[in-house]
Ligand binder design. Structure first.
Ligand code: ATP
Ligand code: MG
Ligand code: MG
Length: 351
């Protein structure tokens, strides 16, 4: 059978590997860290740095197609890999989403709404940006941010010095604070032949900058649900995207505002494991392997809750819940803020 190469061995790589195995594929993980979550379920693991050209070449030669579980893959590594095997989703999606500025410019080019923003490299830039955008606002590093890391909130101009210090010289973007009523995300997939299938939008609640729960169905009108799915479809089509993407949205009285896009399977799509016949991980593997997609139909209401740090203490109780599916990532060391697993609580409809 074919072998799928996955860049990144975290929980997303692990769940992609499980889905690939179910479809009869082998997976080969490339991951700098020793003993990553995906290593327990993948067929092959290369532990090497993204600077190691020889390791990258050898990895590529052992797989049929390359995909990834995170967006911050160094450009130099992609340059080597792409000469040897197809990379799906393609490089344009990575180029656009690796920097919050290129991402916002791309979204604006599609006439999609974003938070007002301004580039901030210096204290003077921040002061001017805050004057024009207004407080409250959020300063975010342009690159490498996740789980709310690399962000500073500004309530007023008094916070400028602290916010600049938090960026530690990294190029940043100031975003106006969006007064949203809720946050939702669309997990969308586009196949190798261009068909798009979206899962039902999920409603997301964050705690300390980290996703806490995703609930389906989201509280949205039929029109908002349609808008969400249509705008996600436009993003994937414009990028000629192949694979699953997470599109994070703010719901406001003025319509949907795109917060950010993630060119990979997404934490807010974990509910699909127990709400759909084909989950986001299988959907992604289908797309990158050139198989037909499933339609994304949902058969259950689900609340997904992340198990972060000490939340693992609740596992004995969760195991006693009769309609809860527990998904653990095999991480041995518990750390505050570390995603250890998640639970999908389903509401089975009486027949
Ligand atoms: P992820 O782990 O999803 O990649 P991230 O570190 O890239 O997270 P964002 O998604 O930019 O962070 O922000 C995290 C959360 O902070 C958002 O889901 C939202 O709740 C809040 N937030 C971010 N930007 C804004 C904004 N401009 N206005 C209001 N709230 C915001
Ligand atoms: Mg992000
Ligand atoms: Mg986000």
């Amino acid at each position: 059978g074919a072998t799928i190469g996955i860049l990144g061995g975290g929980q997303l790589g692990r769940m992609l590997s499980v889905a690939a195995a179910r479809l009869g594929y082998q997976t080969h993980i490339f991951e700098p860290d020793a003993n990553p979550p995906a290593a327990h379920v993948a067929h092959l693991v290369t532990t090497a740095s993204y600077e190691d050209a020889e390791a990258l070449r050898s990895f590529a030669e052992q797989v049929d197609v390359i995909t990834y579980e995170f967006e911050n893959i160094p450009t130099s590594a992609l340059d080597i890999l792409e000469t040897l095997r197809p990379i799906r989703p393609g490089r344009e999606a990575l180029r656009v989403s690796q920097d919050r500025l290129t991402e916002k410019e791309f979204l604006q080019r599609l006439n999609l709404k974003t938070a007002p923003f301004a580039v901030v490299d210096t204290r003077e830039d921040l002061s001017a940006a805050l004057d024009s955008i207004g407080a409250p606002a959020i300063l975010k590093t342009r690159r490498f941010g996740y789980d709310g890391k690399g962000q500073a909130r500004l309530k007023s101009a008094d916070d400028i010095d602290n916010a600049i210090a938090d960026m530690a010289g990294a190029p940043a973007l100031l975003e106006g604070f969006v007064d949203f009523s809720r946050e939702v995300s669309v997990i969308a997939a586009r196949g190798a032949t261009g068909e798009v299938a979206c899962f039902d939008p999920g409603e997301n609640v964050h705690r300390d900058g980290i996703l806490h729960t995703t609930t389906v169905p989201a509280t949205l009108s039929a029109g908002q649900r349609m808008d969400a799915v249509l705008l996600a479809t436009r993003i994937l089509s414009e990028l000629e995207y192949v694979g699953v993407m997470g599109v994070e949205l703010f719901v406001t009285a003025q319509g949907l505002i795109v917060n950010e896009i993630a060119p990979r399977v997404h934490n807010s799509g974990h509910w699909t494991q127990n709400g759909c016949a084909v989950d986001q991980f299988e959907q992604h593997i289908r797309a990158v392997a050139g198989l037909p997609l499933c339609d994304g139909q949902r058969y259950n209401d689900v609340v997904m809750e992340n198990l972060i740090g000490d939340d693992v203490d609740n596992i004995p109780q969760i195991l006693r819940e009769t309609q809860s599916a527990l998904h653990l990532y095999g991480k041995t060391e518990v750390k505050p803020g570390r995603k250890m697993g998640h639970v999908n609580r389903v509401q089975i409809k009486p027949s």
